[in-house]
Design a protein around this ligand. Structure first.
Ligand code: ACO
Length: 331
């Protein structure tokens, strides 16, 4: 399955405006040019004229037809300052703090998404995860009914007998260090929704642990058990089960022995890890040792889509994440 080709085709059905706030980075500028060329979204680049021109020269890119905004001289600066002040004044910020904040392209870009001046944002080529996510948490906030933003990796393994034709969603591998049972249940439900909406398949959600059906007793296992109960209550129409080990979740012959009565075991296509240590380590092991393609992290649970790149990203990674963000932004 060519996932990215599918995302680009879907994005092109209804092109969305995607903000790339790191205009001083030559990979971002090349990506903007490519997105424009491929015509699946409308890129807007943020940055000073000088830094954008320097990055364009370095990458040999032609930015004609692409809007470039310098927050400092934008007509939107005043409106964004006022609105950001309103959103954050309960935290004790001054008008001056608000004005300084919106001059930061990550905050300016997030305000564009919040106010509808753009539909989605892709950042993180030149900024750490926390700096990309903090304005998103503060301004755009979570979707109705969701209290925790989390992330998902779309893993594509070579053995097509696993998951959904080789596609398995892993969560949360990038955001929440130690979710409690309530947060873990929300992560499970959000990821199931991502499976349906972004990938179009019926989720079978396994909540992972080192225990299957009470085979081990520990407070870590109790957390997962409680999360399963909560998630099943929150989303009774979705197949969610656990606690179970990864082999019971994925391998039919092991499932037969360890959890024969489960509608998820042996055929899980969504894996929910109990914490960030296991999730982050887990996806990287599968990526490196099994040669799986790891697409993401894709943020879920935000009221509007903002996605975070790795600072080691390639131009292709930025273009691909822009396609996914566009699909998330479609109504
Ligand atoms: N969902 C929704 N809101 C959140 C979340 C969340 N998951 N986490 C924090 N917030 C909100 C808080 O409620 C707070 O809101 P407020 O200011 O309105 O009160 C605001 O965001 C800031 O909260 P802090 O607790 O101060 O969060 P901080 O900014 O310190 O950290 C962060 C957030 C950066 C995401 C942190 O959880 C983190 O570092 N996570 C790990 C990221 C990471 O290193 N991942 C691994 C690498 S990624 C990779 O390998 C692909």
């Amino acid at each position: 399955m060519d996932l990215i080709k599918n995302f680009k085709a879907k994005a092109a059905d209804d092109p969305q405006i995607i903000v790339l706030p790191e205009g001083g980075d030559e990979r971002v500028i090349s990506a903007a040019e490519q997105i424009k060329k491929e015509n699946f979204a409308v890129p807007i680049v943020l940055g000073t004229a000088e830094e954008v021109a320097a990055a364009a020269e370095k990458s040999g890119s032609d930015l004609s037809g692409i809007e470039v905004i310098n927050p400092k001289y934008s007509d939107l600066k005043e409106k964004f300052t006022d609105e950001f002040f309103e959103i954050r004044k309960h935290k004790g910020i001054s008008k001056k703090d608000a004005e300084n904040a919106v001059l930061d392209p990550l905050y300016f870009g997030t305000m564009m998404i919040y106010t509808g001046a753009a539909d989605g944002m892709v950042a993180g080529a030149a900024n750490a995860t926390g700096n990309v996510l903090r304005p998103a948490f503060q301004i755009v906030k979570t979707k109705e009914g969701i209290s925790v933003v989390s992330s998902v990796f779309i893993m594509v393994v070579n053995d097509k007998s696993y998951g959904e034709d080789g596609v398995i969603l892993f969560a949360d591998c990038a955001v929440n260090p130690n979710p409690d049972a309530e947060q873990l249940s929300e992560i499970a439900v959000s990821t199931a929704e991502t499976a349906e909406k972004l990938l179009g398949f019926e989720p079978k959600v396994a909540m992972l642990s080192f225990s299957t059906r009470g085979s081990a007793k520990h407070e870590f296992v109790d957390k997962v058990k409680k999360a399963v109960e909560l998630a099943q209550k929150q989303a009774p129409d979705i197949d969610i089960d656990g606690e179970m080990q990864a082999d019971a979740a994925l391998v039919p012959s092991v499932a037969e022995r360890k959890a024969p009565d489960s509608s998820v075991s042996g055929k899980a296509n969504v894996l929910i890890f109990p914490d960030l240590q296991s999730g982050n380590i887990g996806y990287k092991l599968v990526q490196r040792l099994a040669g799986a393609q790891a697409v993401g992290p894709v943020m879920q649970g935000l009221a509007k889509p903002i996605n975070d790149l790795s600072r080691g990203c390639s131009v292709e990674d930025i273009v691909n994440l822009a396609a996914i963000t566009s699909v998330q932004a479609q109504k």
